[in-house]
Structure formats: C-alpha cells, structure tokens
Design a protein around this ligand. Structure first.
Ligand code: GLA
Length: 402
C-alpha cells in the first residue's frame, strides 16, 4: 500500500476507535444527583465534595448512583477576556473545577456540569453559543463525564442544529461525555435526538408537588402527576442509550413519604434517568430508603430498557406495566386520589401483547410469582386473584416473575 493509503487507513481506524468510545454510554438510565432542585445557583466546592462523600456513606453509590452534576451557577459571570474560556466562579470553587472533578473521581464516582445552547444560561451565566468546540475541549480537559445542555436565550436557533453541533463538538474533543439535552420537549427531541445524546427532557421543570402546577408568573413548573400525564405517548422513543427524561427527582424535597414513593416508583416504571435532587446532608431515613431501594431501582435499570405502558385508568387508579428482561413484568398501581382504593385483580383478564418489546403478559399461559416490591412480600402467584388496597397518593408495585 502506498504511504498515503496507510495514512488514510490509520485515520479511519482512529475515527472508528473515537466513535466507539461514545457507544454504550448509557445502556441503562443514568443515575446520579443534580444540584438544581435544592440549591439553584448556591453551589460550591464544599457542597460537591460533601455530596460525593455522602454518596459513599449513605449507600447511594451502592444503590447505583454515579454522577454528581453541578447545574447552573458554577461559572463566573464572564468568560476569560483573552482566551474566551469559561471560568469556574473562583469564590465558589477556590481550587478550580479540576480539583473537584478529581475529588469526585477519587471516590469512584463521575462528574457533570451544565451549560446552555443559547448566549446565556437560564440564570444569566455565559452560554455556549459560538463556543461549542472550545467549551467541549474545556470540559474534556477537566475530565467531566456528563453535560446537561439547556435551552434559554436560544432565540433564532434550531434546536436540532444547536444540539447536534454540541454533540459533534463533544465527540471531537474525544472524551466520552454523556450528553443530556434539556430543551423541555419544545422541539420534540424524541424524534431526532437518539443519535445526538443519551437523554432528553420531555417537559418543563418539575416542582415538589404531587399534582397540578406551580405558577411563577412568567413560567410554571409541573407537579409529578402533571409530568406523568405527558409521558405515555413517548414510550416508543426510549431504549438503551437514549432515554426520555421527565426531569430530576423531588424525593426528599417536601412531599409526603407516600408521595415521594409514588413519584420514585413511576419514574422507575418509566425507565427515567434517576437524578436525585435533594440535600443529601439532610436526607431523612425515609427519603434514603425510597431513593436507595434496590428492588425498585432494578425495575428502572432493567437491561431490556423498556418504558412502561399505561394499561388502564379507573376511578383515579392507573395501572402501568413494564416489560422486563426474561419475560418478567413490573406492575404499578398508582392511586392519584386523596382516598384509598380497594383493588381486586384477576390476572387472567390482564393480558398484553406488547409489540415494542416483543413480549406478552399472559397469566393464562404462564403462572408468574408475585412479589410486592415495597412491602418485600411474596404474594402468591397469578393463578389467584390479587386483592389489595392502594393508599391515597401512593403505589403498589409488583414484580411478576416467570
Ligand atoms: C432550566 C432547566 C432546569 C435548570 C435551570 C437552571 O429551567 O430546565 O432544570 O437547569 O434551567 O437555570
């Protein structure tokens, strides 16, 4: 082969190896913690390090949480006037951001940052528009593992183009970084972002209320059930490596324990990314138990990567079904009302042939063992009818195993 031929071949191999680094970045929904829901822009080095320590001591890491993501507010108000680089706020991060990243990595965890496709972030810090490749190189030099990319101050931009540019910039910079699109579902990213990033927000911001909306005048945030109502039509777009993101968790942020449990359960049924949004330094025993329950997390992290389907809705109780690996199914009865509801389920009547997963739930043909995920109780098999009471604003989650 001539010299030029060898060079072309080597370049092709290098490009292939580069592309492979980005394969399989989020085969199950990413799990971690994000600063925004509790701290907004009041973040700093100490908070990030303490949170990393608490990932270990509270059992969050053991439960599968890996990413510590600092949201809006980590930057100084202006870029470096000579280089144009982003500058971590020197007051909040007196030892620079690399020191924080290294600390988080030293705990066996991963680290993420936030920016915006527009000229400024939502809180008014320097945005990435026009600096995509430079910022991507900066993130790679810091050694980050996750980038949340927002959509404020993006007037005149095409979302698909802007997010594709940043995605390409991250690939060019060469460090595998999970790319989390946050344009609130405005431009239907589920239709075009599968190759662009690993997760995309499907809605506006979440609020720490069970239902309804929180009105802030010029904008509003959505209660947990309001978000749930926007998810079931998006089911077919989620799968290993590309997830619908109904926003970060509000567990531990003021709802009742049962409401937190319902919120967390339905996020797991939806195969949602699980980004805790509470103050781990003040986490109650109940919030910790909810966030770290391995059985419900196994439903979220199931390798089949299927989002649940809404099977039925009757008298304020929704039934969600999630096909799992090896023919198992998760069943979630979600009581959205303020009174408890009695249920009597004849499994043989609940048959589903799911085209998306290519599996079926069929208790006529199969006898499944029934296990209550939260109560940690075996509840017989699907040969017999299942009777239960779902408390108000709560769930019963079952795993049906073949
Ligand atoms: C938007 C996002 C939030 C958060 C804030 C930060 O509202 O949707 O999740 O990142 O910006 O300013």
């Amino acid at each position: 082969m001539k010299k030029n031929g060898w060079i072309v071949l080597l370049l092709l191999v290098a490009m292939q190896l580069q592309a492979q680094k980005f394969e399989g970045l989020a085969l199950t929904p990413p799990m971690g913690w994000n600063s925004w829901n509790t701290f907004q822009t009041n973040i700093n080095e100490q908070l990030a390090k303490e949170t990393a320590d608490l990932f270990i001591t509270s059992g969050m890491k053991d439960a599968g949480y890996l990413y510590i993501v600092l949201d809006d507010g980590w930057m100084a108000k202006e870029r470096d006037s000579i280089t144009g680089d982003l500058i971590p706020d020197p007051k909040k991060f007196p030892h620079g951001m690399k020191a924080v990243v290294d600390y988080v990595h030293s705990k066996g965890l991963k680290f993420g940052l936030y920016n915006c496709a527009g000229t400024k972030t939502c809180a008014g810090y320097p945005g990435t528009r026009g600096y995509e490749y430079q910022d991507a190189r900066f993130y790679a030099s810091l050694g980050i593992d996750y980038l949340k990319f927002d959509w404020c101050n993006s007037e005149g931009l095409s979302a698909k183009e802007a997010y594709t540019t940043m995605s390409n910039a991250l690939r060019k910079a060469g460090r595998p970084i999970i790319f989390s699109l946050c344009e609130w579902g405005d431009n239907k990213p589920w239709l075009w972002a599968k190759e662009t990033g690993q997760l995309w927000r499907t809605t506006g911001d979440i609020a720490n209320i069970f239902d309804g909306i929180k009105n802030y005048g010029t904008w509003h945030a959505n209660g947990v059930m309001t978000i749930v109502d926007m998810q079931d039509t998006l089911r077919k777009y989620a799968g290993p490596g590309h997830w619908n993101d109904p926003d970060m968790l509000e567990v531990g942020n003021g709802m009742k324990v049962n409401e937190d449990r319902a919120h967390f359960s339905i996020w797991c049924m939806l195969a949602a990314p699980l980004m805790a949004g509470n103050d781990l330094r003040k986490m109650t025993k109940e919030a910790k138990e909810t966030l770290t329950d391995k059985d419900i997390i196994a439903i979220d992290q199931d390798p089949a990567g299927m989002q649940a389907l809404k099977y039925a809705e009757k008298d304020s109780v929704q039934t969600w079904l999630k096909p799992l690996k090896n023919g198992d199914w998760a069943v979630c009865f979600l009581n959205r009302s303020l009174s408890s509801k009695d249920l009597s389920i004849d499994w043989k009547q609940m048959t589903v042939a799911d085209n998306l997963s290519g599996t079926e739930l069929n208790a006529v043909k199969n006898n499944y063992r029934v296990r209550d995920i939260w109560l940690k109780q075996n509840r017989g098999t699907t040969a017999n009818p299942f009777k239960t009471t779902v408390p108000a604003h709560d769930v019963i989650v079952l795993r049906l195993a073949k």
